[in-house]
Design a binder for this molecule. Structure first.
Ligand SMILES: [Zn+2]
Length: 496
């Protein structure tokens, strides 16, 4: 019977009292044709005399009167209770119709009622003269309504009612996609729920029915269970969290007004609010990811090069590879992941750097530190660990070394020379570049303060700036570069 598309699912059962007080039921249908088929197809609380009838034979009396055309006022009766007077039966139909339509609008559903709706002509002259009233407000109070919906049951518990079975399927699919995130690079091979799932048709109050988006939010928010915990002697928020396999802040969240500093007294009752997902999505798939292969740098000695020269013979470049992983996930989190295929799509090119045979710190220094107080080459501008070395770094190239140091620590010139830049350098933050002559320069970046200015002559070891974290920096450090003929080189090869 659910298959019948019933446009007007309630049937008006017209009743009136004759002057002889003989109660005669008159049947009206919104649809003149096929009304009986509909009537029999709907399992309402029909008056007893309808049960089992296929004809009008059992209807007492012979007066089958169609009121729909009349314009006389009538009582609107719901389940035997007069709830108001309508201008006409037609008007009454419209009022009921509108009422049910409005209730179902948000869901796009036809709202139905099991209630018995009857009309009775108003014969009492004094009543007839009364102003005709709308039964709208009264309907709101007395008329019950329902829609045919589909319930989603998880492990036998009803968790949501949706307008249609398609909506339930869409909800489950969206829930799976929410965790598995299928895409061109993520081929989901199988996906299933760990829980048993059932759907079944139900009659529901219109406000019990939720749309897919709302149901999805409720499902992904998870199921809250609240239990009471009695504080033990020597308990702390942290200990209670540990005992319940939760985090301290999760325990606190379930007890508004409480903080980690709130005192716990033995015997005190606190709430343990735990959230568990309604559904567990287990998925298997193949993830394809394009990854970078960092290039290597090889330094060769070239006797043909001048002792103080280095030359990039071949520019290095990163390669790339396509890696396929097979995975098993629970709610989008990897339980296992392994490489099943790896294909190099672009070989990395090794960077080849030539350097002059005599190119040592000493020889470079002899070129750059003429007149300085040091003859041993460029020196560490700051004592500290190398937090990040020179070279390929997560897909890009780090053009210097990061020397760890606290904000405000003084750093010094690595060799004597002339300050050619001292100021804001974008991503470098506050920086200094010193020209040591013969194509050799050093750069000092991310400073909190600069102690020198452009044009100034500095000595090796002279304080020139303070360590900071200005520009693109994740923490205080000195980014230090050695630049030879316009190209950076690995400072570690020159420092002593
Ligand atoms: Zn750096």
């Amino acid at each position: 019977m659910k298959k019948l598309n019933i446009e007007k699912p309630y049937v008006i059962i017209q009743g009136f009292l004759t002057r002889k007080k003989l109660r005669t039921k008159v049947i009206l249908s919104e649809l003149k044709l096929g009304w009986l088929r509909q009537l029999l197809a709907i399992s309402w609380k029909l008056p007893k005399f309808f049960v089992g009838t296929t004809t009008f034979a059992l209807i007492i009396g012979s007066a089958i009167v169609y009121f729909s055309g009349t314009s006389s006022p009538a009582y609107l009766i719901v389940n035997g209770q007069k709830i108001g007077i309508v201008a006409s039966v037609d008007k009454g139909h419209k009022i009921v119709d509108n009422f049910l339509t409005k209730r179902g609008q948000a869901l796009g559903k036809v709202v139905k009622t099991h209630d018995l709706i009857e009309y009775e002509p108003v014969h009492d002259k004094t009543v007839e003269n009364l102003e005709v009233m709308s039964a709208d407000n009264e309907l709101e109070k007395v008329l019950s309504s329902y829609v045919d919906g589909y319930a989603l049951e998880i492990e036998g518990t009803q968790v949501a009612i949706l307008p249609t079975q398609d909506d339930v399927q869409k909800l489950l699919k969206t829930y799976q996609d929410f965790y598995t995130k299928p895409s061109d690079t993520n081929q989901v091979i199988s996906v299933e729920f760990s829980e048993s799932i059932a759907t079944k048709p139900v009659e529901a109050q219109p406000d019990q029915v939720v749309l897919v988006d709302q149901a999805l939010k409720e499902l992904t928010d998870g199921k809250k269970t609240i239990t009471e915990y009695t504080t033990q002697p020597n308990d702390s928020w942290w200990l209670i969290a540990r005992k319940n396999d939760m985090k301290t802040k999760e325990v606190l969240a379930g007890n508004p007004g409480m903080t980690v500093d709130s005192k716990l007294n033995p015997g005190q009752k606190i709430k343990i609010v735990s959230v568990t997902p309604y559904l567990t999505v287990m998925s298997k798939g193949i993830l394809t990811s394009t990854e970078t292969i960092a290039y290597d740098v090889v330094t060769k000695t070239d006797i043909k090069l001048a002792s103080d020269k280095t030359l990039v013979q071949e520019q290095g470049s990163d390669g790339s590879k396509v890696v396929k992983y097979s995975y098993l996930q629970k709610n989008g989190q990897n339980i296992s992941k392994q490489v099943v295929e790896e294909k190099v799509t672009k070989q990395p090119v090794t960077q080849v750097v030539s350097k002059g045979p005599g190119l040592t710190v000493v020889s470079m220094t002899s070129a750059v530190s003429r007149g300085s107080n040091s003859s041993t080459g460029i020196i560490w501008p700051l004592r500290g660990p190398i937090n990040s070395p020179y070279g390929s770094r997560s897909g890009s190239f780090h053009t210097g070394i990061d020397i760890g140091g606290g904000t405000g620590s003084t750093y010094t010139a690595a060799a004597s020379g002339k300050v050619v830049t001292a100021g804001w350098g974008g991503g470098y933050g506050n920086m200094i570049i010193i020209d040591h002559g013969n194509g050799v320069m050093t750069r000092y970046a991310h400073s909190s303060k600069l102690l020198v200015s452009v044009g100034q002559q500095v000595d090796q070891g002279q304080s020139i700036g303070l360590v900071g974290s200005t520009g693109h920096s994740t923490g205080p450090h000195l980014h230090f570069e050695v630049i030879i003929n316009g190209s950076t080189v690995n400072p570690s090869n020159y420092l002593r």
